[in-house]
Design a protein around this ligand. Structure first.
Ligand SMILES: NC(=O)c1ccc[n+]([C@@H]2O[C@H](COP(=O)([O-])OP(=O)(O)OC[C@H]3O[C@@H](n4cnc5c(N)ncnc54)[C@H](OP(=O)(O)O)[C@@H]3O)[C@@H](O)[C@H]2O)c1
Length: 315
């Protein structure tokens, strides 16, 4: 019989249920590729009475139980927030269990401590959904100094700006539509005020510099003051307004920028994300793809799971 790896999920919402769905549908692929079959063992949630699809073998509201369960070999944190997510991740790492997280806020706010904590922590899903930027950047920074990143890192605001430009909607109309479609939270400030993009930018900058950058260091502006008039004026001048996150030789900014129509980010519409990465030897590299959504994010979680399995088999 081949090997198995037991998964404990902290959180079983949009991303958690999508991870379970992908493990159910594609676990055999991972087994074929790695020789190890992934199995969901237990999921921790707030409300255990709600029906879940797919239904995990065990559903509990005792999140510590998920981390400590002997049949859980790897912990996947997809609950979000600072607490108790941070404490649970540290507990799992202390127990010697690899952790995979999609939690950009926690990674950005506690980068230094988490890096020093020890243990195996993966966070591909924390930045730009399905785009493999964390793996790509971690390799690139070892080859040359990365001088600049310009990126669209927030699908919600990109959707709103796209609807304002192409469908003539006001900011309020486009936000309401994004909320109705599930692209924006009922309380949208993290997205529309640029916090979400700032967290992701801080993670990338900390990776580039090998040292923690702070969210407070980001010169941050959101899209709440972008009007239909601003959009039209930019269009008339052949420009497109995007919420751009930029790392430029150490400076961190997030804010609306009127991009020239031939700029590689100008045509990135809807909920897509994209990054343009610059270095002296690589020139300009662009990555573009699904920036959010359960299955897109779960793709990055499973990429990390494959890294965990491969590392285990090397030991
Ligand atoms: N959604 C995306 O497209 C996306 C993309 C990239 C990264 N992420 C990140 O992925 C993480 C999860 O996002 P999501 O969209 O999947 O969130 P979600 O749909 O709100 O799911 C959160 C899950 O965590 C559980 N949970 C939260 N706090 C809890 C607590 N204190 N105790 C017990 N259970 C708790 C919830 O339980 P109940 O089900 O009982 O409420 C739910 O199952 C976040 O860090 C987010 O930033 C999300």
């Amino acid at each position: 019989m081949g090997k198995e790896i037991g998964i404990g999920l902290l959180g079983y919402g949009t991303v958690g249920a999508a991870v379970a769905q992908m493990v159910q549908d594609h676990g055999f692929r991972i087994a074929t590729e790695t020789g190890t079959l992934p199995l969901i063992r237990v999921a921790g949630v707030r409300d255990t009475s709600r029906h879940r699809d797919p239904m995990p073998p065990v559903l509990t509201s005792n999140l510590l139980e998920v981390v400590e369960a002997p049949e859980v070999d790897v912990v996947i944190e997809v609950m979000g927030g600072m607490n108790p997510a941070g404490a649970l991740i540290r507990k799992a790492l202390q127990l010697g269990k690899p952790v995979i997280t999609a939690n950009k806020m926690l990674m950005a706010e506690q980068w230094a401590d988490l890096m020093e904590f020890g243990g195996e922590l993966h966070f591909e899903a924390a930045v730009a959904g399905a785009i493999p930027i964390v793996e790509t950047l971690s390799t690139l920074v070892a080859t040359q100094p990365i001088t600049r990143i310009e990126a669209i890192l927030n699908g919600t605001t990109n959707y709103i700006l796209t609807q304002m430009r192409h469908a003539g909607k006001t900011y309020d109309e486009a936000l309401a539509e994004a909320q109705a479609l599930g692209y924006a939270e009922a309380e949208p400030s993290s997205d529309v005020e640029g916090w979400d993009a700032a967290y992701k930018l801080v993670i990338l900058a900390s990776m580039i510099e090998g040292d923690a950058r702070l969210v407070g260091e980001v010169d941050r502006d959101g899209i709440t003051l972008v009007s239909q008039e601003n959009i039209q004026k930019a269009s008339a001048a052949g420009r497109t307004i995007k919420l751009v996150a930029q790392y430029e030789r150490g400076d961190l900014t997030v804010g609306p920028v009127a991009l020239e129509s031939d700029h590689p980010l100008a045509s990135v519409d809807g909920v897509e994300n994209a990054l343009v990465i610059e270095g002296p030897a690589l020139g300009r590299l662009m990555l573009r793809g699904a920036g959010a959504g359960g299955l897109a994010t779960a793709t990055s979680v499973l990429s990390d799971l494959i890294r965990v399995i491969r590392r285990r088999s090397e030991q």
